[in-house]
Ligand binder design. Structure first.
Ligand code: 5RP
Length: 228
């Protein structure tokens, strides 16, 4: 018998909550925290509110206007990365992850700010449910943020790498740019592909996190949490 859709959705949400709750143990009083974007991070932000952490943090550097609004509503000050001398911890989700902690991110269109915060953070903790774990990246279309006038040029260059770029029409990033999603490309060498896409003029960011992978992967499953 197949499970009803609502039960599957609830099970997924519970796994996200497991991962989000496990990462609360990494917080410290008066900390400045990097916080990402997405439904798993939203579960984490909700826990910051219910568990009293929202007011114990000095502030947060957030990867999107959406996460900033949720944090502000809980009373957590939003800080500009330029005003923060160091960032000990960044917590964010991912669209796909390997056991080597290499990620695809950007399903929520926040990849550029996410890459900047991950680069600036001492420690990047990625919280996912076990459906995100893959052997080879690429089942999830790889997001690429592009300068709008370069969209078609970049799409042609991405197609020459073997994938099928699709414009995420109707989406404008918080930076005012467009997103191309690269479909049908099994990513055998994430480091090389990240470097190759970064070289294309007009690309702002590719959502491959290989050069700067997560330091810790927290995987929520139905039976609990796995740390890699
Ligand atoms: C946003 C992201 C998110 O981390 C990613 O899309 C995962 O989202 P969710 O937790 O909703 O599955 O990269 O740009």
């Amino acid at each position: 018998m197949t499970k009803p859709a609502a039960a599957v959705a609830d099970a997924g949400q519970i796994k996200k909550l497991h991962a989000a709750r496990a990462s609360l143990a990494m917080l410290r009083d008066d900390m400045i925290l990097g916080i990402g974007t997405g439904s798993t991070v939203n579960a984490f932000i909700d826990l910051l509110g219910t568990d009293g952490w929202a007011s114990r943090l000095r502030g947060a550097v957030s990867s999107s206007e959406g996460s900033s609004a949720r944090l502000r509503a809980l009373g957590t000050p939003i800080l500009d990365l330029n005003e923060v001398p160091d960032l000990p911890l960044y917590i964010d989700g991912a669209d796909e992850a390997t056991r080597a902690r290499v990620l695809i991110k950007g399903g929520g269109a926040a990849l550029t700010r996410e890459k900047i915060i991950a680069a600036a953070a001492d420690r990047f903790v990625c919280i996912v449910d076990d459906s995100k774990l893959v052997e080879t990246l690429g089942r999830f279309p790889l997001p690429v943020e592009v300068i709008p006038m370069a969209r078609c040029y970049v799409a042609r260059r991405l197609a020459s790498l073997g994938g099928r770029p699709v414009w995420r029409e109707g989406t404008t990033t918080d930076n005012g740019n467009h997103i191309l999603d690269l479909h049908d490309l099994a990513i055998a060498d994430p480091m090389a592909l990240e470097a190759a896409i970064n070289q294309i003029t007009g690309v702002v960011t590719v959502g491959l996190f290989a050069a700067r992978p997560a330091d810790l992967l927290v995987i929520g499953a139905s039976g609990g949490v796995e740390f890699i």
